[in-house]
Design a protein around this ligand. Structure first.
Ligand code: BES
Ligand code: ZN
Length: 637
């Protein structure tokens, strides 16, 4: 529990808790009683220092950012200014410290009683991970300043695609990725999830391009500026922009898809069940509080499966499989509208509060929509990944839910430990307390901390008061401590039992043992999930066995990206050369980190480093800056 501090030990009882009363945006919510039982919100709050920010956010906090930017594709920069409104928590504070990285600062002005005047500031020497602290003299009275700046063409949070790198080939494309600490490459900002602010923006883009942000899309003003507003306070990592030859297709009145033309219809079809996901989420955890929910399908270099930018999730085109088999990623990003965007981790050491909760909610929604079998299969696949990441962890402390040791980069906070161990901790609690108690408890948690940023210890305190107090024998302190601060996989983990997967494993054993041919495998009945379980679980095979599978099922070059990835991992492990040209093509066209980091790593570790380096040199210009950095590190050993 280093880095944490207990403030007091008093409890207060929240008065009547209605959702509308707690929501800054009441347009889409009506007063609903969260639960008949009163929620006890502990008055003591715990603190975990964010090691990845220079911001002095305990002294001065930025409350609102107003962006005014030219999107300049010729120079690959955002160029303009940002006006920041701030409040002093310490009335004597005379400095505001912001995070910046690779920004060109041109001028800083402070709004005083005499109008806007130039402000003194310094930029500290750059740290390779954190960037440069920007210290601005704010005097004693001002509460607003304006920074004129431009971004760098190599900003890690922005990918600028040439027309040739898009599907349409005619117009350029820009998209951002601020999580975890790249908002500071887009604007000077208090780049910590502990700080929430509202924002608005006015953008100028070349004719024929559509800009979108993680905000309400307010249209063009009389001067042709594209305007945006985010009235709910959000952390900096949720500021997002995309600009391109982007079209829109509605799914229903409040949900739709943006994409390049070539994939628009297919995306709307693939994601057609998003409204049902929102309804399932709402039924479990209360209203969706962000107004619209749209998805944008980005170019293939987008380095993630999805990113939960508020009102506008960013999605990889590798989800468009044609059979809705990969839509758990939609359930996941949508679930962040509760776990993460509404209640946010105060530091990346607490990332499981975002990603573990979201993986749990995602799986509950998948169960509600598609049944227990699919949900359990997805749990089982997750557990396989968790075991691998625990075994491969660079340091034992990286297998804790709460990272009590320093991280070297926030990327370290996003292994399957954070996602799946976090999810299974909540599964454990659900099993012990029962859904009848656990579901309303989680709903009241999202309500109690709505639009706040909290630590693991805040969650534990809230759980003590609202779940454990009512049923003190359900779990022990030692069990909770082991889950949250212990390393590895706790003995009390729920083991997902999937009959379907048991059948796949039995068939796999019969085939690999020579008791049946590949063509006799009962694959007609297999979903993508069963294929993944089969492929991930393959024993060491002979070249003839690889070929027999490939001949029977055309796995090399298969269009489902998850299946292709699982097959190529096996092909690399077994040195199955016929798959290599298609693997190379995959690495040239797909930039999703979940796939390509492990493929490059496996090539490197299985005597194919020459191929890995050769393909990376070719593919690198098309990869996102984040992917370029991570793969360079992987190949450097
Ligand atoms: N917020 C993450 C993506 C992310 C994590 C971006 C860390 C930057 C730093 C997003 O919600 C996510 O978890 N995406 C997953 C999908 C999922 C179903 C586990 C992904 O990209 O694969
Ligand atoms: Zn997530």
């Amino acid at each position: 529990m280093s880095n944490t501090r207990l403030i007091t030990f008093a409890l207060i009882t929240a008065a009547s808790v209605t959702l509308a009363a707690c929501s800054p945006d009441t347009s889409s919510t009506s007063p609903i009683n969260v639960s008949a039982v009163q929620t006890v919100v502990p008055s003591e709050r715990f603190f975990t220092a964010d090691q990845f920010t220079y911001a002095n956010y305990q002294e001065v906090v930025v409350k609102h950012a107003a962006l005014n930017l030219d999107v300049n594709f010729d120079r690959k920069v955002l160029d303009g200014d940002v006006t920041l409104r701030f409040e002093r928590l310490n009335p004597d504070a005379q400095t505001l410290t912001l995070d910046t990285k690779d920004l060109l600062i041109k001028a800083v002005a402070l709004e005083t009683n005499d109008g806007w005047v130039p402000a003194d500031y310094t930029l500290a020497a750059a740290d390779p991970v954190l960037g440069s602290a920007m210290n601005i003299a704010i005097g004693t009275d001002a509460n607003q300043l304006r920074i004129t700046y431009e971004t760098s063409p190599t900003a890690e949070g922005l990918q600028w695609l040439t027309p040739a790198q898009t599907a349409g080939k005619e117009k350029p494309y820009l998209f951002s990725q601020a999580q975890a600490i790249n908002a500071r490459t887009m604007l000077p900002v208090q780049d910590t999830p502990a700080v929430r602010m509202t924002y608005d923006a006015s953008l100028r883009v070349p004719d024929g391009l559509l800009p979108l942000m993680s905000a309400s899309q307010d249209g063009q003003d009389a001067d042709g500026n594209w305007t945006f507003s985010m009235p709910q306070p959000i952390p900096s990592y949720l500021i997002a922009i995309a600009v391109g030859d982007i079209k829109f297709k509605a799914i229903n009145d409040t949900i739709g898809v943006y994409a390049e033309d070539y994939i628009l219809d297919a995306s709307a079809e693939e994601f057609a069940e998003t409204p049902m996901m929102e309804a399932a989420n709402t039924a479990l955890y209360g209203p969706y509080r962000w107004g619209r929910y749209d998805l944008i399908v980005l170019p293939p270099s987008f380095p993630f499966g999805g990113m939960e930018n508020p009102r506008l999730s960013f999605m990889t085109p590798t989800l468009i499989a044609g059979d809705k088999s990969l839509t758990n990623v939609v359930a996941h990003e949508l679930a962040h509208s509760w776990s993460g965007n509404l209640v946010t981790n105060a530091s990346w050491r607490d990332a499981w509060l975002n990603e573990g909760f979201t993986s749990y909610v995602e799986n509950r929604v998948m169960e509600a929509l598609y049944g227990e079998d699919r949900a359990v299969m997805e749990q089982a696949l997750g557990l396989e990944d968790l075991k691998r990441d625990v075994a491969d962890a660079d340091r034992p402390s990286l297998t804790q839910l709460k990272f009590t040791d320093d991280l070297t980069h926030p990327d370290e906070a996003f292994s399957q430990v954070t996602y799946v161990k976090g999810q299974f901790f909540l599964n454990f609690l659900e099993d012990r307390f029962g859904r009848a108690a656990f579901d309303p408890f989680l709903k009241s948690y999202f309500n109690a901390y709505a639009f706040d940023s909290i630590t693991t210890e805040d969650f534990l305190g809230f759980m003590d008061a609202n779940l454990r107090a009512q049923n003190p024998d359900a779990v022990t302190d030692a069990e909770i401590q082991e889950w949250v601060y212990g390393q590895g996989i706790p003995a009390t983990i729920r083991i997902p039992q999937s009959d379907a997967f048991d059948k796949v494993a039995a068939a796999s054993a019969r085939w690999s043992g020579g008791d049946m041919t590949a063509a006799e495998l009962p694959t007609q009945e297999w979903s993508t999930h069963e294929w993944l379980h089969f492929l991930n679980g393959l024993p060491d095979l002979t070249q003839e066995q690889y070929k027999a599978l490939d001949d029977a099922f055309s796995l090399t070059g298969t269009q489902n990206a998850e299946t292709a990835f699982a097959w190529y991992m096996q092909a690399i492990k077994g040195g199955y050369a016929p798959a290599m040209p298609a693997l190379e093509e995959f690495l040239m066209t797909v930039g999703r980190g979940k796939f390509i980091y492990r493929l490059y790593g496996a090539l490197n570790d299985n005597g194919l480093a020459e191929m890995a380096n050769r393909v990376f040199v070719k593919a690198k210009p098309g990869y996102h800056p984040i992917a370029q950095r991570i793969i360079s590190d992987i190949l450097a050993g």
